[in-house]
Design a protein around this ligand. Structure first.
Ligand code: DX5
Ligand code: ZN
Length: 217
């Protein structure tokens, strides 16, 4: 199934609750939650108190993207805050397999993310264990960047790898995605589309509907 995962990094934090309700009402299936630690990426965002306080507003899937070093230290706290999916970066984990196991032990979905320059071989052996692979289509850390074109080929290569290995992971893409380039990513094999600026600039509900029209083909 194709799903939209609006990134609340681009939300108006003074009106976060209201904006999350708008996403929900317009039909976005996921809420993408970008957590940054100022070390793995050159920016800091938000974490547990924010996630906890918005958890009561919607039943949509909380898609928590951890851009933090050694995320294994905080898996329980993100699960307790209400994450439905936790995605960790392969580059940020000394023990990627152990980290994925720690997520699965909490009975939630496990994702693994790759920066643009990281080869797919970094996740070859854990592919059968994960529910989702997140291909970063920009260098992580900031909303509103331009998509890096070669990442579209990487999505197509991942799709082939998933088919060849008979595994079932969803393919999520994140960074610089808009109504114009979204179809290219879906054609390459992506089925979970993250969008920050493209959803939160202008009328949120209308933007979500436009994306969903494309996703529902
Ligand atoms: C980048 C974040 C993205 C970002 C997407 O580090 O992981 O989720 O907020 O925002 P846009 O769609 O504006 O690139
Ligand atoms: Zn993200």
């Amino acid at each position: 199934m194709n799903c939209l995962s609006p990134s609340i990094l681009s939300a108006d934090f003074a009106n976060l609750g209201d904006q999350i309700r708008q996403l929900d009402e317009a039909g976005a299936q996921y809420v993408h939650i970008d957590v940054m630690d100022g070390s793995f990426v050159p920016n800091i965002s938000f974490a547990f108190p924010v996630i906890k306080s918005i958890r009561g507003l919607t039943d949509r899937m909380f898609d928590v993207h951890l851009m933090i070093d050694e995320p294994i230290r905080f898996i329980d706290q993100f699960a307790d805050a209400g994450a439905d999916i936790i995605t960790v970066h392969a580059e940020a984990c000394k023990h990627l397999d152990r980290t994925i196991e720690a997520i699965k032990e909490r009975g939630i979905l496990a994702g693994v993310a790759l920066n643009p320059a990281t080869p797919l071989s970094a996740i070859e052996y854990v592919l059968p264990k994960v529910d989702m692979v997140l291909i970063m289509t920009v260098n992580p850390g900031f909303g509103g960047q331009k998509l890096i074109p070669y990442t579209i080929d990487k999505v197509a290569d991942l799709k082939k790898m998933i088919e060849k290995t008979g595994t079932k992971a969803d393919i999520e893409v994140d960074g610089g995605i808009n109504l114009e380039n979204c179809t290219k990513l879906m054609d390459a094999g992506a089925n979970i589309i993250v969008a920050g600026n493209a959803v939160f600039s202008g009328e949120i509900g209308e933007n979500v509907c436009r994306f969903l029209d494309i996703l529902n083909g």
